[in-house]
Design a protein around this ligand. Structure first.
Ligand SMILES: Nc1ncnc2c1ncn2[C@@H]1O[C@H](COP(=O)(O)OP(=O)(O)OP(=O)(O)O)[C@@H](O)[C@H]1O
Ligand SMILES: [Mg+2]
Length: 259
């Protein structure tokens, strides 16, 4: 399988002088075509930073990022879904979905068709004329996903998209996302700090840790998804990732003490 995202020895830092914070020094991450990869790590590890640098929202210092074997910066077939509700309150749901299309040359008829199609995909066909305030938090997150899908990306970057939702809405949306992933064959890099969610969704779980951060562990999840909500193997995998995360925290703390 071909990698759709591949970073090589990526370095990212913020600030200058004493305030300099090297988030990544030599980070290597890859996502295969059609793969669902989840990324976990403690708060501040650099998860959002990694998504932003892949989406070219922030620059890298060194190393390379290839998306579909094209070196960025260039037009990348990528769309991002954010955790915070990022709908614009003065735009209808349809107008929110077409937001990402305004920079691209898309004909009006095609635009309407994409709105209808993506609303359908997220199960909110009748919502186009509503306003964001008329939607629940879970519905707004689904619109965030529809908006990302409307640009017809090959790759979806998702930054804790379900973080603020209650457990039942969240599990419902996880299943919906898996269905959309199967139907649309996207490649997904999904950030979460919920290990159960990471193991439930991912073909592979990457654990980001250390300072500067690296992928300190990688777990392949070979359990069929219909056996993942419960069962021995699923729970064991969750425990395994949790243990890895605790180890990574300990290592990070030691490094901080040494430095
Ligand atoms: N624009 C910025 N300017 C300066 N420092 C930043 C900036 N963005 C992030 N950082 C720093 O980079 C580090 C990584 O931040 P990042 O947001 O990637 O963490 P995260 O893993 O997404 O954490 P969380 O789980 O809390 O969302 C943190 O130390 C943060 O303070
Ligand atoms: Mg973050």
């Amino acid at each position: 399988m071909a990698a759709v995202i591949e970073t090589k020895n990526l370095a990212v830092a913020f600030g200058e002088g004493d305030a300099r914070n090297v988030v990544f020094h030599r980070l290597n991450v890859s996502v295969e075509e059609g793969e669902f990869v989840t990324l976990v790590g403690v708060s501040g590890a650099g998860k959002s930073t990694l998504l932003r640098v892949i989406a070219d929202l922030i620059p890298s210092l060194e190393g390379s990022i290839e998306v579909n074997a094209v070196r960025v910066p260039s037009r990348r077939p990528i769309a991002m879904v954010f955790q915070a509700d990022s709908l614009m309150p003065w735009r209808t749901i349809s107008q929110n979905i077409t937001l990402g299309l305004e920079g691209i040359d898309v004909a009006d008829a095609d635009m309407q068709q994409r709105v209808d199609h993506t609303l359908d995909l997220v199960g909110l066909s009748d919502f186009g004329n509503r306003w964001p305030y008329q939607l629940s938090g879970g519905e707004r997150q689904r619109i965030g996903i529809a908006r990302a899908l409307a640009v017809e990306p090959d790759i979806l970057l998702m930054d804790e998209p379900f973080g603020s939702l209650d457990a039942i809405t969240r599990t419902g949306l996880q299943d919906e996302l898996l269905r959309i992933w199967r139907e649309t064959k996207k490649s997904i890099l999904f950030v979460t700090h919920d290990i159960e969610e990471a193991v439930y969704l991912g073909d592979r779980v990457l654990l980001l840790g250390g300072t500067p951060a690296e992928i300190v562990r990688e777990y392949r999840v070979d359990i069929p998804r219909n056996q993942r909500r419960e069962g021995e193997a699923f729970l064991r995998k969750i425990e395994e990732v949790k243990a890895g995360l605790h180890e990574a925290i300990a290592v990070t703390a030691n490094n901080a003490n040494d430095g």
